[in-house]
Design a protein around this ligand. Structure first.
Ligand code: ADP
Ligand code: MG
Length: 246
């Protein structure tokens, strides 16, 4: 098992009032999975993603990643763990405006004392895969939204993470660019990267292999694509997510 969450509770404290967001979430995710986490706005999708990727602390419960209980790791070990295993893509690409596209992509690898030539080759190779190699000398404000999101994916991939964590990665893109990004994610999954993706959009979720529906602080439903086509899976997802809006 790659990832195992047991009895996860997460509360936020606001003006001395405890706000429970996650209430007894239990999830197991195998290596090679592609999971879309869905749920209404405010249901705790981002909170869940941040907790399971160790960016945020849970209130109680246990998270095991590759059979390691992450609560036993100290700050440095957590940093090392994130660095080795996780890549992040957010809704806003969060690129650094004063760094070139090349430096943005290379930035997570700067921590390691790596041979500059090796790093350069890797940046160019990843940029080629994502069709952004012509942009490497530009700055983020000279690139389109779709290009910036592909640059953000390249940055997330530079350390060859086992798990790619995406929070509404196409939230700010038009449908053509969304499909482009989703095709890239599918390809990464086919070549071995485990993907966890948060979205409120059934079309986007239909690219995944599994959909987990978060409702009222817990995982209410889990469905798998299995042998279904993407359209059949989309319909199944829709029938679950629309129940709440009726
Ligand atoms: P989603 O991503 O599903 O839209 P979030 O995980 O962002 O939902 O938020 C879930 C709930 O937790 C919301 O009610 C939100 O207002 C609350 N929340 C999120 N982050 C914080 C925080 N840092 N402090 C207090 N409340 C928060
Ligand atoms: Mg969110």
């Amino acid at each position: 098992m790659l990832l195992e969450l047991k009895h996860i509770y997460k509360n936020y404290l606001q003006d001395k009032i405890v706000i429970p967001v996650l209430k007894d979430v239990n999830i197991s995710i195998d290596e090679g999975e592609y999971v879309a986490i869905m749920g209404p706005s405010g249901s705790g999708k981002s909170t869940l993603l941040n907790c399971l990727s160790t960016l945020d602390k849970i209130s109680s419960g246990s998270i095991r990643i590759m059979n390691k209980d992450i609560s036993t790791l100290n700050k440095n070990e957590l940093c090392q763990f994130r660095y080795e295993y996780l890549g992040f893509v957010f809704q806003d690409h969060n690129l650094i405006s004063y760094l070139s596209v090349f430096d943005n992509i290379a930035s997570p690898a700067m921590l390691a004392k790596e041979n500059p030539k090796t790093l350069q080759n890797r940046v160019v190779e990843i940029a080629r895969d994502l069709e952004i190699e012509d942009l490497l000398d530009k700055f983020p404000n000279e690139c389109s939204g779709g290009e910036c999101q592909r640059i953000a994916i390249a940055r997330a991939l530079i350390n060859q993470p086992k798990i790619l964590v995406c929070d509404e990665p196409t939230g700010n893109l038009d449908s053509k660019n969304s499909h482009k990004v989703l095709k890239i994610l599918s390809h990464l999954n086919q070549t071995g990267t485990t993907i966890l993706l948060v979205t409120h959009d059934a079309m986007i979720a239909s690219y995944a292999k599994t959909m987990m529906y978060l409702y009222d602080g817990g995982i209410q439903t889990v469905i798998h694509k299995h042998q279904d086509t993407q359209i059949e899976f989309f319909k199944n997802i829709n029938s679950i997510t629309t129940q709440d809006s009726l």
